[in-house]
Design a protein around this ligand. Structure first.
Ligand SMILES: Nc1ncnc2c1ncn2[C@@H]1O[C@H](COP(=O)(O)OP(=O)(O)OP(=O)(O)O)[C@@H](O)[C@H]1O
Ligand SMILES: [Mg+2]
Length: 468
């Protein structure tokens, strides 16, 4: 490949990591893999009823479809927008959006991708993913097992035998791999397509519902909207527990008479997920058995997937293998790793000038799905993209809704006490939210911006915790 220093040549075969909670595109830019910001794996609709992917407006969230990876190829019919979709069509919406993002980044058409798939996926699921890619007009150059993607993402810097422990939002994959000069050789795998961070959120939510039942004598577990709110809060507090010893689930005005605040300690959370962690270690054992490799042969454990940020998991792995914590590799972002690996493997393939799929119906299917989708949001004007870092940060206005008061105050603290650079995304989310409060925007809009701020705050907090 030829390249000049000032004009990197963007490779037009992209890497795509399809996750239960988020999807990520990676592009080789001629000298390194660029991982684009993740897109939530959620397909919903806007006010006009058009399909949107990723950030769903508050009004379209109730009917949004999440976690399609777990059911892909299952034959399940998905009710959405008043009609029935096949799982591969929902997955195709995600892929069409990811293809668009890649094309915007590359500055031209993209027809080729290396796409990750759970190592535990069967033939039906792999076929469904290929068909979804076809509906998105993408040539699948390779379906890459999640664990191989993770190993490739780490880079074969040292030959040896490694265990890969990939625990994301919805699926768990364990693998024993040998990394040598020739690349990654998978010796054995095992996993569970239904084990991940989503289950941990459920455990916390069940706990909170029980606490509420005991204290307020009401059972809110059958109200889907309330459950969703509690799970949302549970996910944020769960991330905080990876760096804090205790947290409080803040659940104001669940009903006209019930507001709850539920304390949760890290020990309490660990006890809730212990059986899940045990189960993951059983799969690891099964992968070693399949590989014919004993624990002593494992030199390092490579961690992938956001849930491996949970300290208990790292401790249990070190104990299981008798390794020191430094042999549990945490040097790369576990949420980016598989996309990074897919992007690296994608370098080996030539891009095609066109979509090559010949199967009948793919083009018409693509046209139909694209016609159902909203046009991509126009880029905001530059002045809104990067707020002036020198401008003073206003306090949260008095009218800030109670649901978001705390996160607004904490964001304000971070932004006004930290260095006046960095945190661009948090600043932008905070200022957008404050502006909407000042302008007395509609509740739905405030909720949407408040939730975006909460997510951004959690990310910032997370980054501060992992790189002190
Ligand atoms: N700091 C943290 N502590 C605990 N859990 C975290 C943390 N950060 C992220 N997570 C969890 O990681 C999960 C998302 O991880 P990731 O993006 O790797 O999953 P995914 O690739 O979408 O899913 P999968 O690979 O399982 O299909 C979510 O459940 C999220 O709550
Ligand atoms: Mg993943």
């Amino acid at each position: 490949m030829t390249e000049s220093a000032d004009a990197p040549s963007l490779h037009r075969v992209i890497g795509i990591d399809i996750g239960t909670t988020s999807c990520t595109v990676a592009v080789w830019d001629g000298s390194r893999v660029v991982v684009l910001p993740p897109t939530p794996s959620v397909v919903g609709q806007n006010k006009a009823g058009q399909v949107v992917v990723g950030q769903i407006p508050a009004a379209g969230r109730e009917s949004a479809v999440a976690g399609i990876k777990r059911v892909l190829g299952s034959g399940e019919q998905i009710r959405f927008r008043g009609r029935t979709y096949r799982t591969r069509e929902i997955c195709a919406f995600l892929l069409i959006e990811l293809k668009r993002q890649a094309e915007a980044y590359v500055g031209g058409p993209v027809y080729d991708a290396v796409i990750t798939v759970p190592s535990s996926a069967g033939e039906t699921q792999r076929r469904a993913l290929r068909e979804a890619a076809g509906l998105a007009q993408l040539n699948v150059r390779r379906l890459l097992d999640d664990t191989v993607a993770a190993a490739a993402g780490f880079g074969a810097d040292r030959p040896g035998t490694y265990a890969i422990y990939d625990l994301g939002g919805g699926t768990f994959d364990a693998a024993i791999v040998r990394i040598g000069p020739g690349g990654v050789e998978v010796l054995g795998t095992a996993g569970d397509p239904r084990l991940g961070g989503d289950d941990f959120d459920d455990r916390i939510a069940e706990f909170a519902l029980r606490q509420i039942r005991e204290r307020h004598h009401v059972d809110l577990s059958r109200d889907a909207h309330i459950r969703r709110r509690i799970r949302w809060e549970a996910e944020i507090r769960k991330r905080e527990l990876s760096v804090a010893d205790s947290v409080t689930l803040d659940l104001p005005v669940l009903t006209a008479t019930v507001s709850a605040s539920v304390p949760l300690s890290r020990r309490g959370f660990e006890a809730m997920i212990e059986p899940d962690v045990d189960r993951s270690l059983d799969y690891l054992g099964a992968a070693m058995l399949a590989a014919g490799v004993g624990r002593a042969a494992i030199e390092q454990v490579l961690l992938s997937g956001g849930s491996t940020r949970i300290p208990l998991i790292r401790q249990r792995l070190a104990r299981y293998f008798g390794l020191t914590p430094t042999d549990i590799r945490t040097d790369l972002d576990p949420e980016e790793l598989n996309a990074r690996g897919a992007g690296l493997i994608a370098r080996d393939f030539e891009s095609a000038p066109l979509f090559e799929g010949m199967a009948a119906g793919l083009l018409s299917g693509n046209l139909r799905l694209r016609a159902e989708m909203a046009d991509p949001a126009p880029e905001p004007p530059i002045s809104e993209q990067v707020p002036d870092p020198a401008a003073p940060i206003p306090e949260p206005p008095a009218e800030t809704p109670a649901d978001f008061r705390r996160v607004a105050e904490r964001s304000h603290d971070v932004l006004s006490t930290g260095p006046n650079h960095g945190h661009d995304a948090l600043r932008s989310a905070y200022l957008g939210f404050v502006r909407a409060v000042q302008a007395a925007d509609a509740d739905a809009r405030l909720a949407e911006l408040g939730e975006a701020l909460t997510a951004e705050f959690a990310r910032t907090d997370d980054a501060a915790g992992t790189c002190p």
